[in-house]
Design a protein around this ligand. Structure first.
Ligand code: SAM
Length: 270
């Protein structure tokens, strides 16, 4: 991927057919971790919440359930095609790089969004400013800097192909402005922005061929197929890559999922 041509548009398309299995696989892997991180004292009944880059909407729905009828969740995304409003769940098309919604929130959550945005550091400050006193910011990202460790593969060529295609996909995301190591910077950014009680947890697990997790690499490769072909892969190589991800002889460690949260002090220091 040439680095002199940076197209900072988000690399995936929520409206594409492939987005449904992609978002479902992400949710199945990540929602249990995210909902643990959002559990009390973060989410409380009657809280107001902002879910950014809500994607398929599962976290927004989980938050809406947790805050109950007296609480409210605003789910925003540049592409709201997969989001469905409900009684205490509003949906709004919104680019998080622009002015925030103009209200304050008890909980602000963004998962796998800021890493894609070149303006991520400025955006994080706007999210901090959108917190009510005592409110929580939860930012969750993949750390894509660690090499993807193949645990088992039917043969060496298969393991090599996996590495080549996944490296190329990360290069494409970088070409769209993603910072693959941003996940490890969020903790310090939150501290620098004045948040307290900042903590970080990291999760990684093995994904065997045929699992929902392994399918993420396949759905990503379908969404990025034109750019992978442009990068020199053949359709046959990409088919072999996807077949490998269905092969129970194959297993790989997932990306490291890094969840960081911090709390705005009750009163701003003077
Ligand atoms: C990888 S998906 C993650 C979806 C969801 N947060 C999840 O973890 O299941 C990234 C989401 O961020 C949205 N997004 C990308 N750029 C955005 C922006 N500038 N403002 C708001 N949402 C954005 C995309 O449309 C997509 O829904």
């Amino acid at each position: 991927m040439p680095t002199d041509t940076v197209d900072t548009e988000y690399a995936f398309d929520n409206a594409a057919e492939e987005a449904v299995p992609q978002l479902r696989a992400l949710e199945a892997f990540l929602d249990p971790i995210t909902m643990r991180r959002l559990a009390p004292p973060v989410l409380a009944p009657s809280a107001t919440c902002w879910e950014i880059g809500a994607g398929g909407g599962s976290v927004a729905r989980g938050m809406a359930w947790a805050v109950g009828p007296d609480g409210r969740v605003l789910a925003t995304d540049i592409d709201t095609s997969r989001l469905v409003p409900a009684a205490n769940l509003g949906v709004r098309q919104h680019d998080v790089r622009t002015a925030p919604p103009g209200e304050s929130f008890d909980v602000v959550h963004a998962r796998l969004v800021l890493l894609h945005l070149p303006e991520r550091r400025r955006v994080l400050r706007t999210l901090v400013d959108a917190l009510a006193p005592g409110g929580w910011l939860v930012v969750e990202e993949f750390d894509c800097t660690a090499p993807l460790r193949v645990l088992t593969a039917p043969n060496d060529d298969a393991a090599k192909l996996f590495g080549q295609v996944t490296d190329a996909m990360l290069g494409i995301l970088q070409g769209h402005g993603a910072d693959l190591g941003w996940a490890q910077d969020v903790h310090a950014e939150m501290r620098d922005a004045g948040l307290t009680d900042v903590d970080t947890v990291t999760h990684s697990e093995s994904w065997t061929g045929g699992s929902g997790g392994a399918s993420l690499y396949a759905t990503n490769s379908r969404q990025l197929q034109p750019e992978l072909i442009e990068a020199g892969f053949t359709a046959g190589q990409l088919d072999a890559f996807r077949n490998l991800l269905r092969d129970p002889e194959f297993a790989v460690m997932s990306y490291h999922f890094v969840s960081t949260r911090g709390r705005r002090p009750d009163a701003r220091p003077v």
